[in-house]
Design a protein around this ligand. Structure first.
Ligand code: FAD
Length: 349
């Protein structure tokens, strides 16, 4: 069968890989240039050896299915063990471990988190810079050769047998709204609309000739501006530079979006908070870049690994991190479970 997947994040690519390995033809449509979705890496404009994981900074999880995948990536040199503990700032002092957070194996990607998406894309045909705007159901009343048509922003359309929507719930909702057979989705569209995401500003910073930091990651609680600092220089060799990705806390980002605070002011407030935390040197950066994630992680979720609707012979499935959770682990399992379920189901045709 020919399966069209919307979104080249870890959920879509994982499902795509499993289906392609079972002999299906898989096309993944990705609106952006990069692969991996929120497992995303930005390259420094100034320094060749600096890159910033400005989406999820690392990958971890205990589920056996994910552990097996992380082991595979570690074996290929795509992941390496980063740390088992982060430093912790309680609002006053920095401690070398979090009192209530159990040790966990956290893996980073020396080449950047986007190398996970690049690896997974080997099994499928990915069309980058290709935004899907909706899909149309023709069913067995064949005016077309296949039951579904995926409509692209560039006015082209691609016929497929089955569709997987692997985008954040907010975008999934928009795609369903633009589908000609909305009734098919009647039972779930309201639930999709209730999934909300936390926004997050991430600030990328580099310092020439700065002293090395003694932490890999620093979790901040009780800080009105900052949530987490990732020491990117502890993931890869950045020469004499120190590079950091600083994540704002959700309330700060939400309020600043609501108040339409200009980017340079957001940046300046985050720098002031960072100086308060690490010292005045933190204000003397040589490169700074700010990114706003409107949908960083879901705040609520569905209770199933995936949702399937549509005709049995021409199904549509929804997957992603809003299935059963809010993390990379949930996104991976969602794609993994749907992939295996469809391998079994579609082979019975
Ligand atoms: C700043 C930040 C920090 C995070 N920290 C952590 C963390 O510490 N731990 C953790 O587990 N998780 C973390 N996450 C969340 C984690 O990255 C996500 O849960 C996971 O990557 C989601 O994968 P996904 O496949 O569900 O969706 P995505 O990665 O969002 O993939 C969806 C893809 O669909 C594409 N797309 C959307 N609409 C269309 C369209 N119309 N046409 C074509 N393509 C489309 C998007 O461009 C994207 O590439 C973080 C995320 C962010 C942003």
């Amino acid at each position: 069968m020919l399966i069209g997947i919307i979104g080249a994040g870890i959920s879509g690519l994982t499902a795509g890989r499993i289906l392609a390995q079972a002999g299906h033809e898989v096309i993944v449509f990705e609106k952006s240039r990069g692969l991996g979705g929120r497992l995303s890496t930005r390259y420094s404009k100034k320094y060749e050896d600096v890159r910033y994981d400005h989406g999820a900074p690392y990958i971890s999880g205990n589920d056996e299915r994910l552990v097996q995948f992380m082991n595979e990536l570690e074996g290929k040199g795509i992941l390496k063990l980063w740390t088992e503990e982060f430093h912790f700032h309680d609002g006053e002092n920095i401690y070398d471990k979090h009192p209530n957070r159990p040790k966990q194996r956290m893996y980073c990607a020396p080449e950047g988190m986007n190398s996970i998406g690049r690896y997974l894309s080997r099994w499928v045909d990915v069309r980058r810079n290709t935004k899907v705007i909706g899909f149309t159901y023709f069913g067995e009343n064949l005016r077309t050769k296949k039951p579904w048509m995926i409509n692209l922003q560039n006015s082209e359309a691609v016929e497929v047998d089955a569709i997987i929507v692997a985008t954040p719930a907010v975008q999934t909702y928009g795609l369903i709204e633009n589908s000609t057979d909305e009734t098919m989705f009647k039972s779930i569209i309201k639930d999709i609309d209730t999934v909300h995401y936390r926004p997050k500003h991430t600030l990328m910073l580099s310092y020439e000739n700065a002293d090395a930091l003694n932490f890999k990651g620093l979790i901040c609680t009780n800080n009105p501006v900052l949530h987490f600092i990732s020491n990117e220089s502890s993931k890869r060799d950045t020469g004499n530079k120190l590079s950091l990705v600083v994540q704002a806390n959700g309330d700060f980002s939400r309020k600043h979006i609501f108040d339409e605070v200009p980017e340079d002011q957001v940046l300046s407030e985050m720098i002031t908070a960072l100086r308060g935390l690490l010292g005045d040197w933190a204000g003397k950066y040589d490169e700074a870049d700010l990114k706003l994630w409107r949908y960083s992680q879901p705040g609520n979720h569905f209770e199933t690994d995936f949702v399937e609707v549509g005709a049995d012979r021409a199904p549509v499935a929804l997957i992603g991190d809003f299935m059963k959770g809010q993390t990379i682990e949930h996104a991976f399992i969602s794609g993994y479970e749907l992939g295996h379920y469809w391998v079994k189901k579609l082979s019975q045709k």
